[in-house]
Design a protein around this ligand. Structure first.
Ligand SMILES: [Zn+2]
Length: 241
């Protein structure tokens, strides 16, 4: 059972015709899917599968034994059923804006304060980054917010690059973001590049330009211990698109 995953190739695909090629206790397997599979701190997509006999609600998308699973509400249709798979685009697009903001934030913290990100996570409209920094000044959060918004407003293009492992391991930006931790069997590494700002090995979905993120506020900058600080950000309402 191999699924063609569309989201990592084109994050702006919102729907696709597909066939159910597997029915499991956890959910449905499709031959192709626009649904993003949970991973890299980004939640899995939700949405619907349209069939001739009605709508099936997809409540999550996750990977099990390497296979993308669409968790559904209600009873499963038969294997072989043709569907139109459609993601909840509003939610996903908000996640794309959030994810790009999170990457920009890690760069701002690195270039501004020399601190490496050690983890990140997000839900629609809200992101967090953990980083190694021994102390924060009182106005740290405000400074980060200002620089982050300046960078996002520069209309920086984002793009997806595919690099062989050796090239990626030699790239200083990717070393900073711990590309060496990717399992050795992964020979081609997907990289999200924000032009002139940030480059990370990443499987997530991103907007095409930082201008789509719109404004961002730093909700909180907190110390979680020595060398462990956490920043939470939130998207301001609408992007300028
Ligand atoms: Zn990411």
């Amino acid at each position: 059972m191999a699924t063609e995953e569309l989201a990592p190739i084109d994050s702006y695909v919102t729907s696709a015709k597909a066939k159910i090629i597997g029915v499991t206790d956890d959910g449905l397997v499709l031959d192709r899917t626009p649904f993003y599979v949970r991973g890299g701190g980004q939640p899995g997509d939700v949405g619907v599968l349209r069939t001739d006999s009605g709508l099936i609600t997809v409540t999550d998308t996750f990977r099990k034994s390497g296979v993308p699973i669409h968790a559904i509400e209600g009873s499963a249709p038969a294997e072989g059923t043709l569907v139109e798979a459609e993601i909840d685009w509003e939610r996903r697009y908000t996640l794309m804006r959030t994810h790009t903001a999170v990457h920009a934030l890690t760069a701002v913290i690195w270039y501004g304060f020399g601190a490496k990100a050690t983890g990140s996570g997000m839900k629609p409209g809200e992101g967090r980054v953990d980083f190694e920094l021994d102390s924060m000044t009182v106005d740290f959060g405000r400074m980060v917010e200002q620089r982050l918004n300046e960078e996002l407003a520069r209309h920086r293009a984002t793009s997806i690059l595919y690099m062989d492992r050796e090239t990626a391991l030699a790239d200083p930006d990717l070393i900073r973001t711990k590309v060496n931790l990717i399992p050795e069997f992964v020979k081609t590494i997907r990289v999200v590049d924000i032009d002139g700002l940030d480059r990370q090995a990443d499987g997530g979905t991103h907007v095409r330009n930082t201008s789509e993120v719109g404004g961002v506020s730093v909700v909180r900058a907190e110390s979680k211990g020595r060398d462990f600080k956490r920043i939470r950000i939130a998207l301001l309402e609408e992007s300028e698109g």
